[in-house]
Design a protein around this ligand. Structure first.
Ligand code: ADP
Ligand code: MG
Length: 528
């Protein structure tokens, strides 16, 4: 296929649902329906003998074959293997994501013909490891990943296009500040951004990886199960299939409660059945604390961006769970303005990704200049140092969260004892002062220090953190030639051979060289 008719495709690879959009002949983003005729595809995989079934059928199987179903693999990206063994096999989470992407690719190619190039979105708080895992998933699904962009950025692009303040070349004529509130199935995140010309600049971002529509479902499940217990003295949650069935009933009831004020939920277990009536008011009472957590984070993020509500031009609602009336009401009360859902909350992210893909492709053809996306780091980066007063190990932060990228930062430490022979620099990511609560992202050692180095010799540690999330660490020991440059690549990624083997298994396609930057299994240390 030549570049001229290479379609611009964007994929929202969600924790619970995925969507794909492309740019039609008139330049508008259009969501593609899948082979079941739906706009969104459940990111759920069922393993049936040797087959992987993805989407609606897999979701239904939760009620009958729960032990063979993989859900929410996105939450586990970065881990070596998914928590559940499926068909006797431990799957790395990115391979489960790849199976979802492969279905999306096959369904989309029914409309678009064969295509390879896509933009895939990730949450703003994803670290480099999880971005890379997503890129790998794209490769294993037979794609060439043009770019990985943040979901709130994509939503902002779609919104800007829809509102007409982005022109055809993807540039805003007037500066705009947006707050994107995204409540999906398994995660919540909020991002404050500024759009100026071609620049999409994230000012602050925060979120909760363990908070989403699922938690609202679970509250209903618990409520109904307790009522069932009161009547029948049995708990349907004991059995995975009964629990799965009840969960599907409750998820459905939750959607009904977004449109109506009352619903009746049926529950059956061990031949006993009952119906439980739930009002919207009751549902909101059962879940108020969950909503309050999102409110708290939203307020904090606005503060972290150094803004107040009057600075915000739009409050965007994204994600299926923002359909619950309690969300819009909370945002209205909090911000004093009407939250905006003019681009469908399920489609905005995929639309923005497709628009971004079209700008990249046009840029590749030399037609226009690219959109410039500026990110912030979503987690603090520091090194493990020991506090001389308490002798305790501490996380000494060099780059605080929400710093605009690229950035360089330095901090001076000191050797601990006289005649120290080597220095261990352990790099951690996280907010806690206790390094054990942070994630260890790499370490390096400066060896062969000169003999007789006095105690308290200054050690300068410098971090250079790029927009693609790659971190370079420089260590310099004062008065010596000891110096070290160290690039952090991920510890946990698959090798090119493994990726190619999975790609063949999932798509039947041989590997190609579209996958630049697949990293080694180990970190590299260059001693200068
Ligand atoms: P993600 O991006 O995390 O995969 P989505 O944005 O697709 O998630 O949102 C999925 C969530 O939205 C699910 O928990 C689903 O139950 C919920 N949802 C979808 N429609 C509605 C609705 N009408 N009312 C309430 N919740 C809904
Ligand atoms: Mg989403």
């Amino acid at each position: 296929m030549n570049q001229e008719n290479c379609p611009a495709v964007g994929i929202d690879l969600g924790t619970t649902y995925s969507a794909v959009a492309y740019i039609d002949d008139t330049g508008r983003p259009v969501t593609l329906v899948n082979s079941e005729g739906d706009l969104v595809t459940p990111s759920v995989v069922l393993f049936e003998s040797d087959m992987a079934v993805v989407g609606k059928e897999a979701l239904k199987a939760i009620a009958t074959e729960a032990e063979h179903v993989a859900q929410c693999a996105k939450r586990e990206l970065g881990e070596r293997a998914f928590h559940k063994v499926l068909g006797g096999r431990a799957y790395p989470p990115e391979t489960l994501q790849a199976l979802v992407l492969n279905k999306v690719r096959r369904d989309a190619s029914r409309h678009l013909g064969d295509f390879k190039k896509v933009v895939i979105t990730v949450p703003a708080y994803f670290d480099e490891v999880r971005r890379k895992a997503t890129q790998d998933a794209g490769y294993m699904a037979g794609f060439e990943v043009l770019d990985i962009i943040n979901e709130p950025t994509a939503a902002a692009i779609a919104h800007g296009f829809h509102k007409g303040f982005l022109n055809r070349k993807g540039a805003a004529d007037m500066p705009q500040k947006l707050l994107v509130y995204d409540l999906g199935g398994g995660t919540f995140d909020v991002t404050v951004m500024e759009i100026m010309g071609h620049e999409f600049c994230a000012l602050a971002t925060d979120g909760d990886v363990q908070l989403g529509g699922h938690d609202w479902d679970q509250r209903l499940v618990n409520y109904v199960a307790e009522e069932f217990k009161k009547t029948h003295n049995l708990d349907p949650r004991e059995d995975p299939n009964a629990n799965g069935r009840l969960w599907r009933e409750c998820e459905d009831a939750k959607r009904t409660l977004s449109a109506r004020t009352k619903v009746s939920i049926s529950c059956d277990y061990k031949g006993l059945a009952m119906r439980v009536e739930v009002t919207r008011e009751k549902f909101e009472e059962l879940t108020q604390d969950l909503l309050d957590r999102t409110k708290f984070t939203t307020r904090q993020t606005l503060q972290a961006a150094g803004l107040s509500w009057s600075d915000i031009d739009y409050v965007l609602m994204v994600g299926g769970s923002t359909r619950m009336p309690m969300v819009a009401k909370m945002l209205r009360d909090l911000s004093g303005q009407e939250p905006d859902a003019s681009v469908s909350v399920d489609e905005a992210v995929a639309h923005g990704a497709a628009l971004h893909a079209s700008v990249i492709l046009a840029h590749e053809r030399g037609e226009i200049s690219a959109i410039n996306v500026k990110n912030v780091n979503s987690h603090s980066l520091g090194v493990v140092a020991s506090d001389p007063r308490t002798n305790r190990r501490r996380n000494a932060i060099l780059i605080p969260r929400n710093t605009a990228l690229p950035v360089t930062a330095k901090r001076v430490f000191r050797t601990q004892k006289p005649n120290q022979k080597s220095i261990l620099v352990q790099i951690v990511e996280g907010e806690s002062a206790n390094p054990d609560d942070c994630s260890q992202i790499g370490k390096c050692v400066v060896r062969d220090l000169p003999v007789g180095l006095p105690e308290q010799t200054p050690i300068e540690v410098r971090f250079a953190y790029q927009e693609n999330g790659r971190l370079t660490v420089h260590v310099n020991v004062a008065g010596t030639n000891a110096e070290l440059k160290h690039e952090i690549t991920r510890d946990n990624s698959m090798t090119t051979e493994q990726l190619d083997a999975w790609r063949l298994y999932i798509t039947g396609q041989q590997g190609d060289d579209s996958h630049v930057g697949s990293s080694d299994d180990t970190m590299t240390v260059d001693e200068l």
